[in-house]
Design a protein around this ligand. Structure first.
Ligand SMILES: Cc1ncc(COP(=O)(O)O)c(C=O)c1O
Ligand SMILES: N[C@@H](CCOP(=O)(O)O)C(=O)O
Length: 462
């Protein structure tokens, strides 16, 4: 398996080079040259596997023999041994048409751990094998940062710098990142939004001389490893439903911001999983929902919402989708992305728009609707949703009303977003790992956020 860029200017590279390259050197995003097709017989066999066994099978399709199978197995086993639930990503049934896929049983209580425990271990493995340093630069609206730091803190040969928007993440998210005092961790709080943080890191990764000189590596979902690792739980969830007696296609409702998680579902479907609808649930930052309904991809005004990790305007994985939408044609993608840079707008019409609407259903969930959904699910099912999952649940309710079964991806534990939960007078007990964060000192530097300032900070840190 080789990896190519959505913009066509990178010669095909292997798995490890693709992981190390992060953002493609031509400014595009790396994708597999061919999407492996999984037969019905293989799907039947996979149904019996544990989560780590399934992850090993799926990763093997993308890694080829670049990592010996025994080493890959150890990486996978180590990565999922840190999860608190034996099933790693269990599915809970609420009623005949509603299931919750709990992705928050990893060390930082968010779905990011599923991919970042693995990527942290993979970076460590590559660093040791090639005797090279790994300098991670990431942007976060709260969850990726905490999870990536947890994945590599204290690891030999690795340093990590995370940018987050100052005072725009939840208290628990902030504490998870900034109470870490390992020498290989640097937290910068940028005066701005997550989009500012993401733009800065993309600019720095696009400066190939700087990237190569300082060995910059990505942990955001621009890194294809993130997407591949996130496909696994779509398969695993489907198999869990099948074991519970459900047959046929299943829809997934996905709380969406950067379009990474739902793109992983899109990839799982392309690999052969029987996915019915992929439901894209946004909060009031609804650029993607507007795109699906109108074909216009254009940032709106930033809204601070109860689901701050999805307060994202420019979705970094959108380019990967455009690549497939336009028949894997890098010229069209390059042209569309140039147009977006110039006009902050992409318009999709005709058959392409029909295809978008066949690929996704989309709903934008307002702030009050998000809180209402938390209250309703708590009262009706005794199940406490975090506000991001609540957006997914609100969207899935529309499907349930049409008699369809949906699995809602639960992307975070409610304890991470108590600010929203308290607004509905629901009290929760924090898990011990979260409670103890409140007694720790914080280590963070607030920065203005010009590219130059961040570059200087990185040069002194690395
Ligand atoms: C809790 C939570 N839910 C949902 C999302 C949206 O996922 P994605 O950015 O992959 O669309 C994020 C951020 O990535 C998140 O942190
Ligand atoms: N919501 C994310 C934003 C970054 O997304 P990523 O999937 O590209 O890492 C966060 O919590 O940081």
């Amino acid at each position: 398996m080789k990896y190519i860029s959505t913009r066509g200017q990178v010669s095909p590279i292997g798995f490890i080079d693709a992981i190390l390259m992060g953002l493609a050197d031509d400014g595009g995003l790396l994708v597999p040259q061919h999407i492996p097709q999984v037969s019905e017989a293989t799907l039947q066999k996979w149904q019996e596997l544990s989560y780590p066994e399934l992850a090993l099978e799926i990763f093997s399709l993308y890694v080829n023999d670049e990592i010996p199978r025994a080493d890959l197995k150890k990486l996978v086993d180590d990565s999922y041994a840190t999860f608190r639930d034996e099933a790693v990503t269990p599915v809970r049934k609420l009623d005949d048409s509603r299931y919750i896929l709990e992705l928050f049983h990893g060390p930082t209580f968010a779905f990011k751990d599923v991919a970042l425990q693995f990527l942290g271990n993979l970076y460590s493995y590559v660093s040791a094998k090639t005797n090279s340093v790994i300098h991670i630069l990431g942007a976060t609206s709260g969850d990726t940062g905490a999870s990536a730091i947890e994945g590599v803190r204290g690891k030999e040969g690795i340093r990590i710098c995370i940018l987050h928007p100052h005072q725009k993440v939840s208290k628990v998210q902030e504490l998870q990142m900034t109470t870490i005092n390992d020498a290989n961790v640097l937290n910068l709080a940028v005066e701005g939004t997550f989009d500012d943080c993401q733009r800065i890191i993309k600019d720095l990764f696009a400066d190939v001389d700087f990237k190569v000189k300082y060995h910059l590596r990505a942990i955001n979902s621009i890194n294809i490893a993130r997407i591949l690792a996130q496909t696994v739980y779509y398969f695993y969830a489907y198999f869990q439903l099948a074991k519970q007696g459900h047959s046929g296609k299943v829809s997934f409702s996905v709380p969406t911001g950067n379009f990474g998680d739902i793109f992983a579902g899109y990839l799982a479907k392309k690999m052969g999983l029987s996915v019915d609808k992929l439901v894209l649930a946004t909060n009031e930052n609804n650029i993607l929902a507007r795109f699906v309904s109108e074909g216009v991809y254009e940032p709106g005004a930033f809204r601070g919402t109860h689901s701050p990790s999805m307060d994202i305007q420019v979705a970094s994985n959108f380019e990967r989708y455009l690549f497939y939408l336009y028949g894997e044609d890098p010229q069209t993608v390059t042209q569309l992305m140039a147009q977006f840079k110039a006009d902050s707008r992409i318009v999709v019409t005709g058959d392409a728009l029909k295809q978008v609407q066949a690929d996704f259903a989309a709903y934008s969930v307002g702030n009050e609707e998000c809180l209402d959904t938390i209250s309703e699910y708590y009262q009706k099912y005794g199940y406490l949703l975090d506000p991001h999952t609540a957006c997914g649940a609100a969207a899935s309710d529309k499907l349930a009303a049409e008699g369809e079964t949906a699995i809602v991806l639960s992307t975070a534990h409610p304890a991470k977003f108590d600010e929203a939960i308290r607004l509905r007078s629901i009290s929760q007990t924090y898990p011990e790992q979260i409670q103890q964060l409140f007694d720790k000192p914080q280590f963070v530097t607030v920065v203005g956020g010009t590219n130059e300032e961040i570059k200087n900070r990185l040069v002194s840190f690395f």
